[in-house]
Structures are given as structure tokens and as C-alpha cells.
Design a binder for this molecule. Structure first.
Ligand SMILES: *Cc1c(COP(=O)(O)O)cnc(C)c1O
Length: 523
């Protein structure tokens, strides 16, 4: 059997099970690689250090007597170790990373160049502010852009992720209710069913009771249900817009009006800001607090879970409670407001040591300045166009969760189309890995059965989208044709085969131990 790919070259699906395993664990040009502790580099060193001039006696009894027990690798060995490991994983520099809700866009190299300028990368947070005026100017200019793009009067830069930004926003809201003497009475936070898990988790962490708000059949907040739950016991609502179904909340003005009428604050989860940046200002929608994931909308790297940045823009009502520090600018230059006896008297405190993730501020600002305001508007337009292209090209072979009308920046499918095939969303995702594609977000949002949430972002060209669509269509056709084996055991080609996900989540092995029979002591 042979199919045609989009550029007209025939491709022959090859069956894996019949191939012999390789002798070394290598596959194609990919090397097998063990953990750095499992090599035989013990006892040698990759650097040539002179003998210390003293015996270290000023360390008293704390001088180490045993070998330090680190693997010794030369520079090329070290380089190869990490390059080989990197090849076991997916990267945005390799191909589309279609994780819905995550906005995995290209990280421009210009950002990296700017962040590495010594004036930004070689400074210390405790340096006198007179010696870091340029860095403070970057923070101040970034703040200006974030406030301008969102139409909000204040921003707290220091939160280190979206979830940390949610914490910041809800702590500011709690501080505002405390200041007006309403904290004891307002103990609830309303969260729609489709919300990202961090929303209810944050509200609970801050001590609120989470109350769910129903969703309409077309994937939006049920305004009547929201209205019935709003009252004098509600501190805030947390609404994502565009929401996690990839849809714009059409009733957003009514939602914020009802919320304010009840004396509550409107926390907007801004993780999906990429779909509306430059087009809609959340301040105009009545938002009181919103986090912005710089690693989503503004192209800073997602990293391995950090270091990230999730600045929070705040309305005039919440601005006085913003956490320290922040940058101010006067005739004497830039300085940080940090202490409660200064202008930060009402700040609810601090969210982290020092001022947050300087490297991310520099990257985000260089992204913004290189696009300009017109370029950022085009980002939103192209992101939405790309998602709708995917939705349109896959809707005849897969089932769109909300087929009516266009989507925003992500296309959402359910598993209705897999009914009767014995193939699940998880099986389908694993088979995508064999085809060289990172899976989309699965089983989220929870309100859609077997959800497959695809977010291409604006940085994918039509050619790359077509490659992805071709693979998805080919897999969808194989699933419909009953080629169950291709899916059930997948991935066949990846370094790691199908994992026991429950065990991985419930009893993760977090500590390296020396292999049986080895004489290497685990440090
Ligand atoms: C990514 C995301 C978050 C959390 O952001 P982190 O930076 O990962 O902490 C919250 N809400 C939504 C809708 C998201 O997509």
C-alpha cells in the first residue's frame, strides 16, 4: 500500500514489528546513551587544574577527605552526552510542537543574543541600582509594553510562571478584600468546568472554596449559571479567554459586569493571550488581574519547567496591593521600590527573592520590539488562521468538538470519530510519535470526551502545517481502516516504548542508584 504525501512523493508505510532489534541499541544515526553516572568516566577528569596552593585549612574540619564522586568527562564527551540525550526528545527547533494551551512557538535567536549581552547576563541582583540602570530600563520598558497591550495600569513582573501569576493575582484580590473588610465574608471563587487545573488549585491554595460554573453546549461559560452563583460570598471569578476549548467568550462584557455588580473581582487566565494580542485589550473587557505567560505569548523558552516568567497585569483597584518590587523612573534614573516603608506600604509582600527572571524579561522585550505593535497584531491573526486551517483540513476525518463557526488559536477534536475502532486518544497520540510528531494535548479540557487539542501557533508555515496534516490524515485513515496494531503498541520507534503511566505518576523513581554489582557509590 502506498499513499501520496502533500508534495506528491509516494510514501510507503513500513511495519516495524518485523524489523530486527539493533545490536547496540542505536537506531539509524541515533546513538544509544546511558546516564552520565553509568559511564566509565570515574577516576579521570576533563580539566587540568593546578594543585591548590593551600591545604584548605581555613575550612577547619569541613575539608573533604574522600573523592568528590563526580563523573569525569572531557569536553567532547560532555558535548556528545547532552546532544545524544537531546535527540531522545522532541524540540520546537525540530518540528511543530502542537500542544494545545501551551503555545509552543519558535524562540527567535535574537532573543538569545540580547539576553546574553554582558550588561544583562553578568549582573547580580544585589548590585547598586546605579550600576544596573540598563537592566532596570528593560524591566520598565517591558512593563510599559505589557500595560499598553493589555490596557491595564499596573504590572507585577516577578511571578515565575503562569500558575505563580495566578497565585499573585488571587493574593492581590484577597488583600483588596481584606483592606475593605470583606475577606471574612467572601470565601468563594467561581471557576468554569473547562478551566486549566491550575485555576482551582490556586484558589484552593489561597484558602478559597472553589465553585464550578457550568458550560453551554457551544463550549462557553453558562452566564445564567454564573449569575446564580455570584453573590456577597464570592471573592472572584477565574475565567480563561479565549477559553481552553479554543473559543472566545462572547459574553465576556456581561460576565465582567455581573462580577463587579456582585462586588467580586475578575481574574482572567491570560495563558491564551496569543490569540488576541494586539487585537483586544483585556482591560477593556473589565479584567482586574491577568497573568501573561512570557513563555507562551512572548516566545521565551518553556525550558524544562523553568526558569519562566508569568507577569500579572492589575486594574487600578488591585494595583496598590501588587507585590514588591517594581521599577520607577524619575529625574535620577531608575530605581526599585522594595520596602514596605516606601511606596510599597500596601503590597501583599513578595513572590520571590530579588526581582524575578531577568533573562526572560530581556527575551520577551526583544521579541516585542522586533515585532512592533503591528507585528504583534499579525501574530494573533496568523495564530488564529493556522488553527482554523488545521480545523478545516481535519474535520472530515476527525470530529471537531465544536464544529460550528471558527475557532481561535487552537483546534479541538473529540474521540467520537474513533468510536468502534478500539483505538483511544492515547493510542492515537502514541502513533503520532512513530510518525515523528509530538502529540497534541490529550484529554484536556476535561469537558470534551477524549479531547485532542491542537495549537499550531503563528510560527508554523503552510508547508509545515501540511506535513502535520498529512500525517494526521494518514493516521486517521489507518485508524478507520481497522489497522489497530499500529496504534495499540505504539510507539514502536521511540527510544522509550509505551510506558506504564499510572506507575510513572504514582511511584516515580527520582533518585539514581548505582547499577547492581557496580562499585560506584551513589552520592
Ligand atoms: C499554561 C497554562 C497555565 C499555567 O501556566 P504555567 O506557566 O505552565 O504555570 C494556566 N492556564 C492555562 C489555560 C494554561 O494554558
Amino acid at each position: 500500500m502506498s499513499t501520496m504525501n502533500t508534495v506528491g512523493r509516494p510514501t510507503t508505510p513500513n511495519r516495524v514489528e518485523s524489523k530486527p532489534a539493533t545490536l547496540t541499541g542505536g537506531r539509524g544515526l541515533l546513538q544509544n546513551e546511558h546516564l552520565i553516572f553509568e559511564g566509565d568516566g570515574w577516576g579521570k577528569t576533563g580539566v587540568d587544574l593546578p594543585e591548590p596552593k593551600t591545604d584548605g585549612s581555613d575550612l577547619g574540619d569541613l575539608v573533604r577527605r574522600d573523592p568528590i564522586g563526580l563523573p569525569g568527562l572531557s569536553e567532547p564527551e560532555t558535548m556528545r552526552h547532552y546532544v545524544r540525550l537531546s535527540q531522545k526528545n522532541h524540540a520546537i527547533d525540530l518540528a511543530i510542537y502542537p500542544l494545545g494551551s501551551c503555545t509552543m512557538k519558535h524562540n527567535p535567536r535574537l532573543n538569545e543574543k540580547m539576553a546574553r549581552l554582558p550588561g544583562f547576563s553578568d549582573i547580580h541582583p544585589l548590585q547598586p541600582t546605579s550600576t544596573v540602570q540598563g537592566a532596570l530600563e528593560v524591566m520598565d520598558t517591558l512593563s510599559h509594553w505589557l500595560k499598553t497591550l493589555t490596557g491595564m495600569p499596573a504590572v507585577a513582573l516577578s511571578p515565575k510562571a503562569g500558575a505563580h501569576g495566578e497565585l499573585c493575582g488571587l493574593m492581590a484580590i484577597r488583600a483588596a478584600h481584606e483592606a475593605s473588610g470583606q475577606h471574612e465574608q467572601r470565601r468563594k471563587v467561581l471557576v468554569p468546568t473547562s478551566a486549566h487545573g491550575t485555576n482551582p488549585a490556586t484558589a484552593a491554595f489561597v484558602g478559597y472554596t472553589v465553585v464550578e460554573v457550568a458550560q453551554t453546549d457551544d463550549g462557553r461559560v453558562d452566564v445564567a449559571d454564573l449569575a446564580s452563583k455570584l453573590g456577597e460570598d464570592v471573592a472572584a471569578i477565574m475565567v480563561t479567554n479565549p477559553n481552553t476549548c479554543g473559543l472566545f467568550e462572547r459574553d465576556i462584557l456581561e460576565i465582567s459586569r455581573l462580577t463587579h455588580e456582585a462586588g467580586a473581582y475578575f481574574y482572567c487566565d491570560g495563558a491564551n493571550f496569543n490569540a488576541i494580542v494586539g487585537r483586544v485589550r483585556p482591560g477593556d473587557l473589565g479584567v482586574d488581574a491577568m497573568h501573561i505567560n512570557l513563555h507562551k505569548t512572548f516566545s521565551t523558552p518553556h525550558g524544562g519547567g523553568g526558569p519562566g516568567a508569568g507577569p500579572v497585569v492589575l486594574s487600578a483597584a488591585l494595583a496598590p496591593f501588587a507585590p514588591a518590587p517594581w521599577v520607577v523612573h524619575d529625574a535620577d534614573g531608575y530605581r526599585l521600590i522594595e520596602r514596605e516603608e516606601d511606596e510599597a506600604a500596601q503590597a501583599f509582600g513578595r513572590l520571590c527573592a530579588f526581582q524575578g527572571q531577568m533573562g526572560m524579561y530581556t527575551r520577551a522585550l526583544s521579541y516585542m520590539m522586533s515585532h512592533g505593535s503591528d507585528g504583534l497584531r499579525q501574530v494573533a491573526e496568523d495564530a488564529v488562521l493556522n488553527a482554523n486551517y488545521i480545523k478545516a483540513r481535519l474535520s472530515d476525518v476527525m470530529s471537531a468538538a465544536f464544529p460550528e463557526g471558527p475557532c481561535m488559536h487552537e483546534a479541538l477534536f473529540d474521540d467520537e470519530w474513533l468510536k468502534g475502532t478500539d483505538i483511544t486518544t492515547l493510542d492515537f497520540a502514541k502513533a503520532m510519535i512513530d510518525e515523528g510528531f509530538h502529540p497534541m494535548t490529550m484529554y484536556f479540557p476535561l469537558v470534551v470526551h477524549g479531547a485532542m487539542l491542537i495549537e499550531p501557533t503563528e510560527t508554523e508555515s503552510k508547508q509545515e502545517l501540511d506535513r502535520f496534516i498529512h500525517a494526521m490524515r494518514a493516521l486517521a485513515e489507518a485508524a478507520r481502516a481497522g489497522d489497530v496494531d499500529r496504534f495499540k503498541g505504539a510507539p514502536f520507534h521511540a527510544p522509550m516504548k509505551r510506558l506504564d503511566e499510572t506507575r510513572a505518576a504514582r511511584s516515580p523513581v527520582l533518585r539514581w542508584t548505582a547499577p547492581e554489582g557496580s562499585n560506584i557509590a551513589a552520592e
